[in-house]
Design a protein around this ligand. Structure first.
Ligand code: NAP
Length: 282
């Protein structure tokens, strides 16, 4: 049976370490500040921001939520982002995605200074990841890497297969695995015979959002399986992995819920404190 990679427990540990770092910063009169920009009333976004607010409270991070109306114009949104960009007490800024369709997401993200881009979505930070230079990294891929590390499995020379090629999960996760000396294959919706790739994976990361996509027959015995997907089945949150069939084949498995979800939030706290301490992780 696979060892379950307990993201909830690991996230708690990371948050406790973050709180200690925040206490040290406060002794130097620095209080890390994180601003959330929420546009409209998308229920999932409201819930996500609320849970990130709570994590900030647990870690002693000052957090501000700027809740803007659905009807805001691009210019007004960029003005609001500009104010936070200039505020020296705000170390990190997070624009909760998605934003309403009439707004230009890329242009809005470009208004976040790269050194305050806690989500690691700014083109500058994405570029540093490609170049292998220091920069802020996206939180879900950081959480994926910490879960791989938790397994204790050596990454060097291992074959990692990532399913999903988005700019926020799949691609950065693949680049971080490459940085950790894995040989990396990226699969996506046009991949022919997905199973022929997944069966070769020593480390399998699934970031799709399709319940039951990964079944036991697609997994190499003993593999590390990280499930970053989120889907809903009968009102229940599930991942991409069919836990029942995969659990008896994989060596390690990150569950949904309780795997990548809490890790993503914990990494956000770490990124914020890294910025407040004046250093980037790269
Ligand atoms: P996305 O932009 O929709 O990307 C999904 C990727 O999956 C795409 O690259 C797509 O391929 C690929 N794909 C779709 N169907 C496939 C199939 N049948 N076989 C192989 N690949 C397939 O989503 P995302 O933003 O990357 O997020 C991925 C998942 O992670 C979602 O479930 C999301 O909710 C979850 N997520 C979780 C967290 C967290 O905190 N735990 C954070 C962010 C995202 P194409 O490129 O060809 O379309």
């Amino acid at each position: 049976m696979a060892v379950i990679l307990d993201g909830k427990m690991l996230a708690k540990r990371l948050e406790e370490e973050t709180l200690q770092r925040v206490q040290k910063l406060k002794e130097k009169n620095i209080t890390p500040g994180l601003a959330f920009i929420l546009v409209g009333e998308d229920p999932a976004s409201v819930v996500y921001v609320r849970s990130k607010n709570k994590a900030c409270e647990r870690c002693g991070i000052r957090n501000v939520t700027v809740h803007l109306p659905e009807t805001i114009t691009q210019e007004e949104l960029e003005n609001e982002l500009g104010k936070l960009a200039r505020d020296p007490e705000i170390h990190g800024m997070l624009l909760q995605l998605p934003i309403p369709k009439h707004l230009d997401e890329a242009a809005a993200i470009a208004c976040i200074p790269p050194e305050k881009d806690v989500d690691g979505f700014h083109q500058m930070n994405a570029g540093t990841l490609v170049n292998g230079t220091p920069g802020l990294r996206a939180c879900t891929p950081l959480g994926i890497m910490d879960l791989v590390k938790l397994s204790g499995v050596e990454t060097r020379g291992r074959h990692a297969v990532v399913i999903g090629r988005s700019a926020i999960v799949g691609k950065p996760a693949a680049l971080l695995l490459l940085e950790a000396d894995c040989t990396v294959t990226i699969c996506h919706s046009k991949t022919v015979d997905l199973k022929s790739y997944t069966r070769q994976a020593d480390i399998l990361v699934s970031a799709v959002g399709k319940a039951g996509l990964i079944t036991g027959d697609m997994v190499k015995p003993g593999a590390v399986v990280i499930d970053a997907g989120i889907a809903r089945v009968d009102g229940k949150v599930v991942g991409d992995v069919d836990r029942e069939s995969v659990e008896s084949v994989a060596g390690y498995l990150s569950p949904v819920p309780g795997g990548c979800g809490p890790m993503t939030i914990a990494e956000l706290m770490v990124n914020t404190v890294d910025i407040a301490e004046g250093r980037y992780r790269g």
